[in-house]
Design a protein. Structure first.
Lengths: 275, 312
């Protein structure tokens, strides 16, 4: 427990966390704008030509006020979890960047305990970022919904489920970041790779899988679940969308990634020479 | 905690290195190294660059895993010490602080991790004379201030054993003198002080014992005077005279070995200064200088480590 306190103190006594919080704020605003526009489209769809029955069904499900609300209450996730992942990376890599790893491991020779406390501290930080964006979402969403002539939907369990799963996504991405930071100790290397993989996974895998599914059939589309950024998005839809894997599957995939990243990171740190 | 005496929980304070070996690829950075460091004394850990000093200290502190052998403090491996910070304080070359963190916060983080009371951070800052810079960020610290902060970190747990890697690097003469007094004071309190360095003149002033390594192996260990005394040529006499050839002839019967120094002086091994003086007087040779040169740690060190390539 004292190690977690030490890790949180490390975060508190440097400026990284509030700089990242300041970056998160405008990013949250940008995603809010896009979500607002797409919600407007869903509420009042203009004619988009002929859709096949499945797309029609998906569109209808997405236009369910519940799903519009869930989407808005979890606004900011797309870039928010990336920020949290970067923070997780920095929690580890800054030890090597600033050569404090020696001091850290002298105070605590049990390296597993050090990495575990970093995982916990990063998870706490992730939840704080989730809490911040969620408070903002709870403030702005009801008036937006009212603008669509829809209720705030806050009496629906599914909305709160989406908010909670969003919190889980923030937590897991933070843990994921810590594991990633251990794998790539260079601060710049780890952050750049993290960002690239995040976006490449999101855009690249989406395009790649769509092409494959055209060739081999729709089941391929379910593989998008294996892409972390898509899996965590799936977790925050209000209801299960037709043709998409269930939400819990997204959560399971993310937990799996976090556990694997954390475990590999811990094993590597235990064996590595600190020079 | 700050009465100057090691904590009562402390053990013997002995450092025992036994058969320690570290192999990187096909380089034996440390090669079957064994030595003992006793409490109550300052022990200098000397060797040319690349001799394996830092690797040895890092193996002692569980930062680097030995290929073979053991290193113990108070009879236990560092990783097996409960609350190691309370037993061992270390200042290593590459132990920095986050550039954006203040000195006092750097110490508080370690207090939190080691379970030490928060005010220890203020106490050790006072101890090393850094209190005025407590709230300044680490990036604004001079090299000397960084070294002092490193020592403050080492003193947090009021440890019985102190291990310092090149602590005098970057210190000005005033800082070096402060460090010398500080470390001698700690040894006088009965603590174990192990200091690696290649500043030999400084070590001669500071150390009671020396451990000399080269190419990863032990070359010599013992009290400074003994190590210096053990060297072959012993005393050397430096003479300056306008009649060097005559003096060489006069010394011929005295079992003396004479070399000519580059500056024209004669260096006489094997006889004491009075013998040289008397021989010169008897032969009516004019002398301008007659000095006894005792070997110093630097001379001994260079002789002991000569030919052991530093870069392998």
């Amino acid at each position: 427990m004292r190690l977690v306190r030490a890790e949180l103190l490390k975060i508190r006594t440097t400026s990284t966390w509030w700089i990242f919080a300041l970056i998160t704020l405008p990013l949250w605003g940008v995603t809010l704008f896009f979500n607002y526009v797409s919600s407007q489209f869903l509420v009042d769809p203009v004619e988009v030509g002929t859709l096949d029955p499945q797309q029609e069904a998906q569109l209808q499900a997405a236009a369910d006020p519940l799903n519009i609300a869930s989407n808005l209450y979890t606004n900011g996730q797309f870039l928010g979890v990336m920020i949290v992942m970067l923070l997780g990376i920095i929690v580890v890599t800054s030890e090597f960047f600033h050569q404090t790893a020696t001091t850290t491991f002298l105070a605590t020779p049990h390296r597993t305990a050090v990495i575990l406390s970093k995982l916990v501290a990063a998870a706490v930080l992730g939840l704080i970022f989730w809490l911040g964006t969620t408070v903002l979402n709870l403030i702005v969403t009801p008036p937006i919904m009212a603008g669509f002539d829809l209720g705030a939907q806050l009496d629906r369990g599914a909305v709160w489920q989406a908010i909670a799963l969003n919190g889980l996504a923030y937590l897991l991405w933070a843990i994921f970041g810590v594991g990633f930071g251990v794998l790539i100790r260079s601060q710049i290397g780890a952050t750049v790779t993290g960002i690239l993989l995040y976006f490449a996974g999101y855009i690249g895998a989406g395009i790649f899988l769509t092409q494959l599914s055209l060739k081999f059939g729709d089941w391929i589309n379910n593989l998008q679940l294996l892409v972390p950024s898509l899996a965590s998005q799936l977790m925050t839809t209000g209801t299960d969308l037709p043709g998409n894997p269930p939400r819990w599957a997204g959560a399971v995939v993310m937990v799996g990634y976090a556990v694997v990243a954390g475990a590999i990171g811990t094993l590597i740190t235990r064996r590595r020479d600190i020079t | 905690m700050s009465d100057g005496r090691p904590s009562p929980t402390a053990g013997s304070g002995q450092i025992v290195v036994s058969g320690l070996t570290k192999v990187y690829g096909n380089v034996r950075a440390v090669d079957n190294l064994s030595f003992v460091v006793e409490p109550g004394r300052v022990t200098g850990f000397l060797g040319p660059n690349g001799a394996g000093k830092t690797t040895t200290l890092r193996m002692l502190l569980n930062l680097v895993t030995p290929t073979a052998g053991t290193a113990t403090i108070n009879g236990r491996r560092y990783a097996d010490l409960t609350d190691p910070v309370r037993h061992v304080g270390a200042v290593l070359e590459a132990s920095g602080a986050h550039k954006g963190r203040t000195g006092i916060n750097h110490l508080r983080v370690i207090c939190a991790a080691a379970g030490l009371p928060r005010q220890r951070a203020d106490e050790v800052l006072e101890l090393v004379g850094l209190t005025p810079a407590a709230k300044r960020r680490f990036k604004g610290y001079s090299l000397g201030m960084k070294q002092r902060l490193g020592i403050a970190v080492a003193m947090l747990g009021d440890p019985q054993v102190l291990i310092l890697d090149e602590p005098a690097n970057g210190l000005d003469p005033e800082g070096i003198r402060w460090m010398r007094g500080f470390l001698k004071g700690l040894a006088a309190q009965g603590r174990t002080v192990l200091v690696s360095s290649h500043l030999l003149s400084e070590m001669q002033l500071l150390a009671d014992d020396v451990v000399i390594v080269a190419a990863g192996r032990l070359v010599r260990q013992g009290p400074v005077d003994q190590v210096i005394g053990s060297m072959t040529h012993g005393v050397r006499v430096r003479v300056r005279t306008p009649q060097p050839d005559e003096l060489v002839a006069a010394l011929a019967g005295h079992n003396a070995r004479v070399h000519r120094a580059e500056d024209g002086a004669l260096l006489v091994d094997g006889v004491e200064a009075p013998v040289v003086g008397r021989a010169a007087l008897a032969a009516k040779i004019e002398l301008h200088e007659l000095v006894t040169e005792r070997p110093d740690l630097e001379g001994v060190f260079l002789e002991l480590t000569a030919g052991k390539a530093a870069i392998r």
